[in-house]
Design a protein around this ligand. Structure first.
Ligand SMILES: [Zn+2]
Length: 448
């Protein structure tokens, strides 16, 4: 189930409704489809005094995927959710390709020029194009959703851990307790400080445990400078032994761990540049923004017994998260950024020579490659109805990519646009019930 957005006769947003109700309105002719993705209907009759429940848009920005959730704070119900996949890697790859071609060409044609030196300047706040695209994706969707439903507040995960909550962790120490909010903030702090790997064997992407360098049995405290992260086998192997005893064969590692334990993590490490830029640009929406920490998100997710998913993380961002989150039956949209074409005027071979003629007009008879169309072919091999993405040709004879395969040579006169290509592709996420309780983890070991 994914709720349907509703607009009134003046295109003003109303609260999202259950898809069953929307279907009823559509069959009764009281509403019409306004947009396919995300599914939005527009009412045909004016509603007097609509009751608007304020919604909160919650964002969990990630490097590959950003989670989005619309939450009704009053009822705790997740009204709509999506996972937005970015195209950072694709952008990086195509820019690297372009750089290679240009460098080769410069090398061939301008090799007698004096080499340029330090003549490039980047404006204040410049971010690489791959990161810019992530920010642009999130802003696009924030603005889109603001047009489709009554959003009054934003929440976003800004930092990984709360330096205020830890309050000078290196000197004062934080009581390390599993299940407490401070414990989660501390864990995020340690993950950042120790590079998300086991301090003893450098294993990554395993569940890491908080490890006392001088064990508690020998009087070691919970001060952060006495804590590190270890994988389960290393933690068990070390036990209550002295670290000097355990690492007597690896003096370099021993020295590194002891030095790193003493060094406090700089505050700046808690906020990454992309999230900070996103926060600053979200302020332009003039909506109040609540900032959460990664530690708080994990704590909220654990106390509400929810599994790990980007949209559930988004729903758990911030201190405002309702005690009980209604997530049963919510199916998130899986939105993938695909880009909207490229600006290159003609394709080239690997040596940088033109391989094709110059680019034709993008729009043919009102259609663009990538538009979702419905085709009714009256006669011939492909007679029938097809729905799929169109591939346009200047001749007006299009191909349609459907789920069943490619339908070739279809005249533009048979095509009707369902959804214009908007730079994103859409799919519906899984239906497994996220409200099913998780297995409880024991003791110190919760997954990192
Ligand atoms: Zn290890």
């Amino acid at each position: 189930m994914s709720n349907v957005f509703v607009l009134d006769t003046n295109k003003q947003p109303l609260n999202p409704m259950h898809p069953g109700r929307a279907r009823l309105l559509l069959t009764q002719g009281k509403a019409a489809v306004w947009r396919r993705y995300p599914f939005t209907v527009i009412l045909k009759q004016a509603v007097s005094d609509p009751l608007l429940e304020p919604l909160r848009l919650k964002l969990d920005p990630g490097s590959k995927t950003t989670g989005m959730a619309l939450v009704d704070d009053a009822t705790g119900q997740v009204m709509w959710a999506a996972e937005l996949s970015h195209r950072g890697q694709t952008i990086k790859k195509s820019l690297d390709g372009r750089r290679g071609v240009r460098r080769g060409r410069r090398h061939r044609h301008t090799r007698y020029r004096r080499p340029r030196f330090a003549n490039r300047r980047r404006p204040e706040g410049w971010l690489p194009p791959s990161l810019e695209s992530r920010i642009a994706n999130v802003l696009t969707w924030t603005r889109r959703l603001m047009r489709l439903c009554p959003i009054t507040t934003l929440s976003m995960e800004l930092v990984k851990f709360d330096t205020q909550a830890l309050e000078n962790p290196e000197i004062a120490g934080v009581e390390y307790q599993q299940g407490q909010l401070s414990g989660y903030e501390l864990r995020e702090y340690l993950l950042e400080k120790w590079g998300r790997q086991c301090a003893y064997c450098d294993t990554k992407e395993v569940s890491l445990q908080v490890e006392h360098i001088l064990s508690r049995a020998k009087g070691g405290g919970d001060r952060t400078s006495n804590l590190t992260l270890a994988c389960e086998s290393c933690n068990v192997k070390k036990g209550t032994q002295d670290i000097r005893e355990v690492l007597k064969d690896q003096p370099e590692r021993l020295a590194r761990i002891l030095a790193q334990a003493k060094a406090p993590l700089k505050d700046a490490a808690a906020v990454n540049a992309t999230r900070w830029a996103l926060y600053e640009r979200l302020t332009a929406t003039r909506l109040p923004i609540e900032c959460g920490t990664g530690g708080r998100t994990k704590y909220n997710r654990a106390t509400r017994h929810l599994p790990k998913a980007h949209w559930l993380d988004a729903a758990c961002v911030g201190a405002s998260t309702p005690e009980v989150l209604g997530v049963a039956g919510v199916r998130p949209w899986l939105i993938t950024a695909t880009g909207s074409g490229c600006r290159q005027m003609c394709s080239m071979d690997k040596r940088g020579f033109p391989r094709t003629g110059p680019k034709q007009a993008k729009s043919v008879q009102g259609f663009q490659t990538g538009d979702l169309v419905r085709v009714r072919v009256p006669t011939g091999k492909y007679a029938g109805i097809h729905v799929g993405r169109v591939l346009v040709r200047a001749s007006g004879s299009f191909d349609i990519r459907t789920k069943q395969g490619r339908v070739q040579g279809i005249s533009h006169r048979y095509c009707r646009s369902i959804h214009r290509c908007d730079g994103y592709s859409y799919a519906q996420g899984g239906q497994d019930d996220p409200s099913a309780p998780l297995q409880k983890k024991n003791g110190h070991s919760s997954p990192a």
